[in-house]
Design a protein around this ligand. Structure first.
Ligand code: HGY
Ligand code: MN
Ligand code: MN
Length: 399
């Protein structure tokens, strides 16, 4: 194991146990809950050990600074700590741990930035607690109104404002204006680097994607005494819609997932009165994505008429195609000799890309699986990611 791989493992092992569910092996690191708060404390401690002052933007995003936080023209790197339920270890934290190690690599090499370097930890990237992904970066950039964010509630009815300890600050143009570029390192959430036989890649685009809530309502009733012909069962309409979403996505070469469902009253012996399902839909082009969602909604409404139920579609978040700064991606790919890949996964980099030159680096995931305990990355590839990030930061901040 190279020294850097050893140092990666040592730092990684400091956070690996935090929020890990012993039963599934996955992570329960919901934004601003105890595990994620511990990770934020770890972030502050790592920054302090490196003499890096930490600021937050009033929205829950943390920034550790190598250089003057007020000077401007800063290069930002980092990612997020929060996870999906029973998510993998690397999605998010890899970008933050790698950033601290990249700073160490630069310092060991005697390289000092000529402009500030900032390490960011963005809050609620997954949207697993409050339902809107990239909540922190959307607040920072003004893509999400602070009033809407403040009122978002988790499964226990706790609002983001209560969890954060007050209303979020919202857009911070004066802070955003102090960043000249953002580079996010992230574990790859697919198999492209396995097939490319490369440890690191540069991203060129993020597919358009979004989340839509589907509320199916019918008539709750007794499972044993209600004749089949008399039922208005929203579970039927929901089940049909899930199958329709899968078919319509396949027909379009798109991706559609219904991975989350809520049933009222959710009793074995009661016909549901309401079923809520969340559609995650993604496609390489916006037109395909819009067509997919429209088709799913139309199929759901048609089936609802047959079932005597009602269906309501509500968009909860939408992200247009993100084409990363082509010049920057090409420059980094040449610098690293790395392949260039698109991704279907959303990231804070996708939000910031609308405001400043932004790039992403991917680190190989030998299982190709993500949002699951099976997500993985080898120490050697993570060390290669640190080396690549250090070279990129040297290129962008030290010349
Ligand atoms: O859902 C996503 O694409 C990201 O992991 N938040
Ligand atoms: Mn994720
Ligand atoms: Mn992520």
């Amino acid at each position: 194991m190279t020294d850097l791989a050893g140092r990666f493992r040592q730092l990684w092992d400091e956070i690996a146990p935090i929020g890990r569910d012993p039963r599934s092996g996955g992570y329960l690191r919901y934004a601003l809950t105890e595990p994620e708060l511990r990770l934020r404390d770890w972030f502050r401690d790592q920054a302090a050990r490196r003499g890096m002052p930490v600021t937050d933007d009033g929205n829950g995003n943390l920034f550790a600074w190598w250089g003057d936080p007020e000077a401007g023209d800063a290069v930002l790197t980092g990612s997020h700590f929060d996870s999906v339920p029973h998510g993998g270890a690397y999605d998010g934290p890899l970008g933050i741990v790698s950033a601290f190690l990249a700073v160490d690599e630069l310092r060991t090499a005697g390289v000092a930035p000529v402009r500030p370097l900032a390490l960011g930890a963005f809050v609620e990237e997954e949207g697993a607690r409050f339902g809107v992904p990239c909540l922190g970066s959307r607040l920072l950039t003004g893509a999400l109104a602070p009033q809407r964010a403040a009122g978002l509630v988790d499964a226990d009815g706790v609002s983001f404002a209560e969890a954060w300890g007050g209303p979020p600050a919202g857009a911070r143009p004066e802070l955003l204006g102090r960043f000249a570029a953002f580079v996010e390192l992230h574990v790859e959430q697919g198999r492209a680097l396995i097939e490319a036989d490369a440890p690191v890649a540069v991203a060129d685009a993020i597919w358009p994607h979004g989340r839509w809530r589907l509320d199916f309502t019918g008539e709750g009733n007794h499972a044993g005494t209600t004749r089949m012909a008399d039922r208005r069962d929203p579970m039927l309409t929901y089940a049909f819609t899930v199958l329709a979403a899968n078919k319509e996505a396949r027909l379009r070469g798109a991706h559609a997932t219904v991975g989350r469902v809520a049933v009222e009253p959710n009793a074995t012996n009661a016909i549901p009165s309401k079923v809520t399902g969340w559609l995650d839909a993604r496609a390489a082009e916006q037109e395909t994505l819009s067509g997919l969602v429209e088709a799913v909604h139309a199929k759901a409404a048609e089936r609802a008429r047959r079932d005597g139920t009602d269906v309501l579609l509500t968009e909860e978040s939408a992200t247009p195609l993100v084409a990363f700064d082509g010049g920057l991606a090409g420059r980094l790919a040449a610098l690293l000799g790395a392949p260039v890949l698109p991704t279907g996964a959303g990231h804070d980099a996708g939000v910031l890309a609308a405001h400043l030159p932004t790039a992403m680096l991917f680190v190989r995931n030998p299982t190709g699986v993500s949002h699951s305990p099976a997500e993985s990355a080898t120490d050697a590839d993570c060390a290669a990611g640190v080396t690549a990030l250090a070279r990129v930061l040297e290129e962008l901040a030290c010349r």
